[in-house]
Design a binder for this molecule. Structure first.
Ligand SMILES: [Zn+2]
Length: 607
């Protein structure tokens, strides 16, 4: 089949891009027009048959777009000008030319257009069904959104619901369809997250947004697999259907928010500037462990991870993705709205791979000819059936971006691994009886020496202090570790340097808002609002059922009050347009195929 081929991916240079800076974010009300999402509302035509409407609409666009046939063709391929599914369109293109629509020549494009118009004319049933569905969908979608309930049937099997601080989305189908579902269902959250991330990326790097758009278009896009190009374009199309006008380069740059500012920019600065105004050795993100064999209660795998990031991002890192792709394995992971990879990286696939990571602090390295990390991470989550598969996919086109210590488990073999991935070096440790922890410290001497400025000795650094704490907790609890203890570990506030409980940037549950002085090896200022923003735990049995527990907000349950923080710390006022409260939720179990639960059932996933 051909569903993962590149769909025409016009960046829509001609369309006005939404100005979504900081607090001025707005998302237009859902205005969906079944025959076009770009031409504005059309007058109702109640007396015309579905066939006539289909042909007329097609001809209308053909005439209107005659001066720019390529754009018309692109719109037709990538959006739903004609009321038939993209899968059917894709099959037609395949039959016509046996190659991707993006490479069609003009004659083949005309042939495709005529065939699609003929198909609409000759299939009244499907056309009627599509039109009926579109008409019914709008009020249902709005009603569903207002009530935080499952979405309509407009997007086929896709749906969303909100629960305990998280937004659960189920996406299913061909790559472009998954993207459309993602963009449409999460449009308000993506618009909001885009504004927040854009402010962060431009503020930290001292570069404007066009710089990142250019990097996305010229450096990243050509190496992105066609499958994920189609999905990214789908997100843009789904957003457009929901009235959010972000284009392809906005979305690609946004997806690279973990790698462009902290990896590409420092690399570029070292080559182009004699004086480096903003040296940002990559900060550490996340605390995690994976254990197996005699270390755990049932001698199977237990994996836990809390996401460390800025609270700007953390308050928005609240999506549970259940993705059923056409190819590869089903994915169940946490994630960020609009991002195709988990990006804080916690998830399980239907081949039994349990996946998480923590970053390598103070890492320096970037290969502009490599493949974006967010693409490789998503691909590995989707296609790896073994630890070896995982390593192989991540190494293919390694660009050095978002360099991590990957913690992996294969529930089929009960084996776990730490896969430390630098740019020049990598190393894999694996065992069926042991544990690996992650707290942003590198372990391979070559990675440490050649690719970082990391100091492995100083006990006052965040990574070293947390590494010691992981060893203490896991050793003290050898043979007892289970999901419940995983939750306790992620909420731990013991500072091994101060030798007392003191939630700060040296504790497994990180609290930058309490960090009174800058820590060695870190560029973060005192009281920087960053740290642990949510946590997840799973064991082998949960992995088999494709389920995990998750808690939004600080894993210890402490709330973060943005207004109070900004009043106390005006030095962070630049964040005020996008810094929001982080209210901690309860630990909650999520599983694949889950639907919204009635209010009377407060903890349904544990049934
Ligand atoms: Zn805490």
């Amino acid at each position: 089949m051909n569903s993962d081929r590149t769909l025409e991916s016009s960046p829509r240079r001609g369309s006005a891009r939404a100005q979504l800076d900081g607090a001025s974010l707005t998302v237009r009300a859902h205005t969906r027009h079944p025959e076009s999402c770009r031409s504005g509302p059309t007058a109702p035509e109640p007396k015309r048959s579905a066939q006539t409407r289909g042909v007329l609409s097609g001809l209308r666009f053909l005439i209107a777009s005659a001066k720019n046939f390529d754009k018309f063709y692109s719109d037709m391929v990538t959006s739903r000008i004609l009321p038939i599914s993209l899968e059917i369109k894709d099959r037609i293109f395949s039959t016509l030319s046996l190659k991707p629509p993006s490479t069609h020549r003009t004659f083949e494009k005309f042939l495709a257009v005529l065939t699609l118009l003929a198909l609409v004319t000759l299939t009244p049933a499907s056309t009627n069904a599509a039109n009926t569905r579109s008409k019914k969908a709008q009020p249902r979608a709005l009603a569903a959104q207002l009530h935080n309930s499952t979405f309509d049937d407009q997007l086929g099997p896709a749906y969303r619901f909100n629960w305990n601080g998280w937004i659960y989305v189920h996406l299913q189908g061909a790559p472009h369809d998954i993207g459309v579902q993602h963009g449409y269902l999460l449009a308000p959250e993506i618009a909001d997250a885009y504004g927040a991330v854009r402010l962060e990326m431009t503020h930290q790097s001292n570069r404007n947004w066009d710089f990142f758009r250019r990097a996305a278009q010229q450096m990243l896009w050509p190496k992105i697999d066609p499958e994920y190009q189609a999905e990214l374009q789908g997100i843009v199309d789904g957003l457009q259907d929901h009235g959010v006008k972000l284009d392809l380069w906005d979305i690609v740059a946004f997806n690279a928010f973990s790698e462009l500012p902290d990896y590409y920019v420092p690399w570029l600065d070292r080559r182009t500037r004699t004086e480096i105004p903003h040296a940002f050795p990559s900060e550490g993100h996340c605390s995690a462990f994976v254990a197996t064999g005699s270390w755990t209660k049932d001698h199977q795998i237990v994996m836990a991870h809390n996401n460390w990031t800025t609270y700007i991002e953390g308050a928005r890192w609240k999506i549970i993705f259940d993705i059923v792709p056409q190819k590869g394995y089903r994915i169940f992971m946490d994630g960020f709205p609009g991002a195709i990879a988990s990006d804080d990286d916690f998830g399980v696939n239907s081949a039994g791979m349990m996946i998480t990571e923590t970053t390598i602090a103070n890492f320096e390295g970037w290969d502009p000819n490599g493949k974006a990390e967010f693409v490789r991470a998503r691909k590995a989550m989707q296609y790896a059936a073994s630890i070896d598969d995982y390593v192989k996919i991540m190494l293919d086109g390694n660009n050095g971006g978002y360099a991590n210590d990957w913690l992996l488990g294969d529930r089929k073999t009960n084996e776990i691994a730490r896969f430390e991935l630098g740019l020049k070096h990598y190393k894999v440790w694996r065992t069926t009886d042991g544990y690996y922890s992650g707290a942003n410290f590198p372990s391979d001497p070559d990675v440490m020496k050649d690719e970082t400025t990391f100091d492995p000795v100083n006990p006052a650094t965040g990574p070293n202090a947390r590494r010691i704490r992981w060893d203490q907790l896991i050793t003290e609890n050898k043979g007892k570790i289970d999901v419940t203890l995983g939750e306790v570990f992620l909420a731990d506030h013991y500072d091994t340097f101060e030798k007392k409980d003191d939630p700060n940037k040296r504790t497994l549950c990180g609290h930058g808002e309490n960090q009174r002085e800058a820590l060695p090896g870190s560029t973060a200022r005192p009281y920087d609002p960053s740290g642990a923003v949510q946590g997840k735990v799973m064991d082998s049995q949960m992995a088999q059922a494709m389920e995990f527990v998750a808690r939004i907000g600080h894993p210890c349950g402490t709330n973060f009050d943005a207004a109070k923080f900004l009043a106390d710390h005006p030095e962070f006022s630049w964040q005020s347009p996008v810094l929001t409260d982080m209210d901690a939720g309860p630990w909650s179990a999520f599983r694949i195929g889950q639907h919204a639960q009635p209010p009377s059932d407060p903890d349904p996933a544990k049934n």
